[in-house]
Design a protein around this ligand. Structure first.
Ligand code: GDP
Ligand code: MG
Length: 637
C-alpha cells in the first residue's frame, strides 16, 4: 500500500483516495506571499466555490515536536517531515494544503523556533498573527514533558499568541473566537490527561493576567486538550488515537467536533486569497491589523470584483437593445426583458457578494443596482419616446379614418382616438417601469396629451372650415336654383319673394351649422363668429347672383317694348336699382370693413340708372329709325 509517507503505519485508516493533494508554500523563506493561491484554491484544492463551507487549521509548537507528522496523519497531507537520519531543518515559511476528503485548509508553520535557537522572534510573531487572523482552530503541539515548564518556549509562544490576538480581535470581542486544541505528544499515561490540562489551564491563566486584566481569556478562546501516545514506541496505538482525533475534524455529530461556527473568520472561500495576502501585507508593513477592518477591505475588494464580472455580463446582454431603440422601434417585451436581465445581474452579484461584510455588500449592491438601472434608463427613455411617436401616429390615422364617415361627431372622433392612443402609450409605459427604480413617465404622458390637443385643434379648425365650405356650396346651389327663377320674373313681388326665400335658406343653413358645430364642441363665441361669417358670405353670394341676373335681365329686355313703344328695360331700372327688404323680414347681416350692408342694397347708382336710361332710349330710337327704313326699303322692292 502506497502511503503519503514512507513511515506510514499499518493502523492508519485509509483515505478515500491515495493521491495526496498538492501543498503550496504560501509564504516563502524570504517572507514573500505566493501568487499561486487563487489557482490552488480553485484548481488544486477545489475549494474556491465552497463559500463559508470550509475551515482552516494551523499548527503551533516548537521545532521538531512532530507537528508535520501529526498533520500528515490527521489530514492526509504531505508536509515535509524532518528526516530521522539527516536531521536537516525543513524549509522555512508557511505551507498550506487541503485535508483529504474534507473542506479544511491546513497550515504548517515552519521555523517557529527562533526563541530556542536564539534567532529573533520576528517571524514567529508574524506567523502567529497570520495564523490567528485566518484559522478557526489552532493546534498547539507539545511534548508531555514540556507541560508545566512555565518558562519554556511553549509559554513564550502562547504569550505571543495572546498579544497578537488582542491586537486582532479587540474590535470584535466575544463575537469571534478561536479554538486552541492542545495535543500532548508522547503521553506516557502516568499523569492523566485531566491533570495535564489543569496544569496548562493554570499556566495560560497566568500568562493572560500579565497586563491583560481587562478582558477574560474565555472571551477570545475555547480550549480543548488531548494526548497522543509515543509514535515510535506505540505506533499502532498512536495511529488509533490519530484516527479518533481526525473524527473531531470531520464528524459534526462528534461531541468534540472542533469547527464551531463562531470560530469562522467570515472569509468566503472565493475571497480567501485576497484576504490572506492582504493580512500578510499588513503584517509585513507593520501596520495596525484588526480583523473588522480587514474584513471590510476584503469585502470592498471582492464585491467590486464580483460586481465587475456581473456588470460586464450585463453589458454584454443588453448591447443588442440600443440600436433598434435608437432606430425608433418599440420593443414589445422590453420591460420584462430588462427586469430579467437586471435581476439576473443582481442575483449573480448577490450569490457571491452577499457572503461579505454586510454593510459593504449592501452599499455595493446599491451601486451595481444603480449602475444597471441607469444603463437601462436610457432604453426606458428611448422607448417612451418611440411610444409617444407610435401613439401620435395611431391618433392621427384613427382620426383621419373616422372623419371619412358621414355625419361624424368630431368631439367623439377625437375622444375615441385619444383614448386609444393614450391607452397604448400608458400600457407600454407601465410595462417598462422596473422594480426598485423611481422611474416615472408623467412628463411624457403630459407631453403626449398636449401634442394630441394640438393636432386635434388643428384638425378641428380644418374640419370646421370644410364643413362651412360645404354648407356654403349647398347654399350656393340652392341660390342658383330658386333665386334665378324669381329674378327672371321681375315684378312688384320680386324682392319679397327673393328676400323671403333667401332668409329661409339662410335660417336653414344656420340651423345646420349650429347643429354641426355642436360636434366640434364650439363655444358660444365661435358659433357667433361662424354664423356672422355665414350671413355675410351668403349675402355676398346673393348680391353677386343679383348682379349677374340684373345685368342679364335688363339687357335681355332692352329690345323688347311695351304697348307704348317704350323699351321694357326702362321700367326695370328702378326695380333693380335697389334691393327691397320686406318690412317683416329681419336679416341681421353684419357690416364690417369688407361689407357695408346698407350700401350693398344699392345695385344701380343714380348715375348708372341715368346713364342706362339715356343709353337705352338712344339705342331704341336708333333701332326704331332703322326699323322704319328697313320697312320702307322692303316695301320698295
Ligand atoms: P516538526 O518539526 O514539528 O514538524 O516535526 P516533524 O514532523 O518534522 O518530526 C520531527 C521528528 O520527530 C521526526 O524525525 C519524526 O519522525 C519524529 N516524530 C514524529 N512524531 C513523533 C512522535 O509522536 N513522537 C516522537 N518521539 N517522535 C516523533
Ligand atoms: Mg514541520
Amino acid at each position: 500500500m502506497a502511503l503519503p509517507e514512507k513511515d506510514g503505519a499499518s493502523g492508519l485508516a485509509p483515505f478515500n483516495s491515495l493521491r495526496t493533494l498538492p501543498r503550496l508554500q504560501i509564504i516563502d523563506e524570504n517572507q514573500a506571499f505566493t501568487n499561486e493561491l487563487p489557482n490552488y484554491m480553485k484548481d488544486e484544492w477545489k475549494l474556491a466555490d465552497s463559500g463559508f463551507n470550509y475551515n482552516l487549521v494551523a499548527v503551533f509548537g516548537s521545532q521538531s515536536t512532530g507537528k508535520s507528522t501529526l498533520l500528515n496523519r490527521l489530514f492526509g497531507t504531505n508536509f515535509d517531515v524532518m528526516s530521522e537520519a539527516a536531521r536537516r531543518q525543513t524549509t522555512k515559511g508557511i505551507w498550506m494544503s487541503r485535508g483529504k476528503d474534507m473542506n479544511v485548509l491546513i497550515m504548517d508553520v515552519e521555523g517557529t523556533d527562533g526563541r530556542e535557537r536564539g534567532e529573533d522572534q520576528d517571524f514567529e510573531r508574524k506567523s502567529a498573527l497570520f495564523s490567528m487572523a485566518t484559522s478557526n482552530v489552532i493546534i498547539v503541539n507539545l511534548w508531555e514533558h514540556q507541560v508545566g515548564l512555565y518558562n519554556g518556549a511553549n509559554m513564550g509562544l502562547l504569550k505571543t499568541v495572546f498579544e497578537v490576538n488582542l491586537q486582532l480581535f479587540q474590535a470584535a470581542r466575544g463575537k469571534e473566537k478561536t479554538l486552541l486544541l492542545f495535543v500532548i505528544r508522547d503521553h506516557v499515561g502516568q499523569t492523566p490527561l485531566s491533570d495535564l490540562s489543569n496544569t496548562l489551564t493554570a499556566d495560560l491563566g497566568r500568562i493572560w493576567q500579565k497586563g491583560l486584566e481587562n478582558c477574560k481569556i474565555d472571551d477570545y478562546f475555547d480550549f480543548m486538550f488531548t494526548a497522543l501516545p509515543h509514535k515510535v514506541l506505540l505506533p499502532d496505538k498512536f495511529e488509533q488515537e490519530v484516527v479518533k482525533l481526525r473524527d473531531r475534524f470531520v464528524n459534526q455529530n462528534n461531541k468534540d467536533y472542533v469547527f464551531n461556527p463562531n470560530y469562522s473568520k467570515r472569509v468566503p472561500a472565493d475571497g480567501f486569497h485576497v484576504y490572506a495576502e492582504g493580512i500578510w501585507d499588513q503584517i509585513m508593513s507593520n501596520k495596525d491589523l484588526d480583523l473588522p477592518t480587514q474584513q471590510e477591505l476584503l469585502a470592498q475588494y471582492r464585491c467590486d470584483e464580483i460586481a465587475t464580472v456581473a456588470f460586464d455580463a450585463f453589458m454584454q446582454k443588453i448591447k443588442g437593445y440600443r440600436q433598434p431603440i435608437e432606430a425608433g422601434k418599440v420593443l414589445e417585451d422590453l420591460g420584462p426583458q430588462m427586469e430579467e436581465i437586471r435581476n439576473a445581474t443582481i442575483k449573480q452579484f448577490d450569490k457571491d457578494a452577499s457572503r461579505y461584510h454586510a454593510e459593504v455588500y449592501k452599499r455595493k449592491r446599491t451601486e451595481i443596482l444603480n449602475k444597471t438601472n441607469s444603463q437601462l434608463h436610457g432604453f426606458y427613455l428611448g422607448q417612451l419616446k418611440n411610444l409617444t411617436k407610435r401613439a401620435i401616429t395611431i391618433f392621427k390615422s384613427k382620426v383621419q379614418e373616422d372623419l371619412k364617415r358621414e355625419d361624424y361627431d368630431f368631439a367623439l372622433v377625437v375622444e375615441s382616438a385619444r383614448n386609444e392612443a393614450e391607452g397604448i402609450f400608458l400600457k407600454g409605459a407601465k410595462a417598462i417601469v422596473l422594480s426598485e427604480t423611481d422611474w416615472s413617465f408623467e412628463e411624457e404622458q403630459l407631453q403626449l396629451s398636449e401634442e394630441i390637443n394640438e393636432i386635434a385643434s388643428k384638425s378641428r379648425t380644418e374640419e370646421t372650415k370644410k364643413m362651412i365650405k360645404a354648407l356654403e356650396k349647398s347654399f350656393q346651389s340652392q341660390l342658383n336654383e330658386h333665386l334665378g327663377l324669381y329674378l327672371n320674373k321681375p315684378g312688384p313681388e320680386m324682392w319679397v319673394k327673393v328676400i323671403t326665400k333667401f332668409k329661409d335658406m339662410l335660417d336653414n343653413t344656420e340651423h345646420k351649422l349650429l347643429k354641426r358645430a355642436k360636434s366640434f364642441n364650439s363655444s358660444e363665441e365661435e358659433n357667433q363668429t361662424s354664423v356672422d361669417n355665414l350671413r355675410k358670405r351668403s349675402w355676398q353670394l346673393l348680391r353677386k347672383k343679383i348682379d349677374e341676373e340684373v345685368a342679364d335681365n335688363i339687357f335681355e329686355e332692352k329690345f323688347r317694348y311695351d304697348d307704348e313703344g317704350i323699351p321694357k328695360a326702362l321700367n326695370l331700372i328702378p326695380l333693380f336699382a335697389q334691393i327691397q327688404i320686406p318690412g317683416d323680414v329681419k336679416l341681421d347681416i353684419p357690416s364690417d370693413n369688407e361689407l357695408d350692408f346698407d350700401e350693398s342694397l344699392i345695385i344701380l347708382s343714380e348715375t348708372r340708372q341715368h346713364d342706362l336710361t339715356v343709353r337705352f332710349k338712344r339705342e331704341s330710337d336708333a333701332f326704331y329709325l332703322e326699323a322704319k327704313r328697313s320697312v320702307v326699303s322692303t316695301t320698295a322692292h
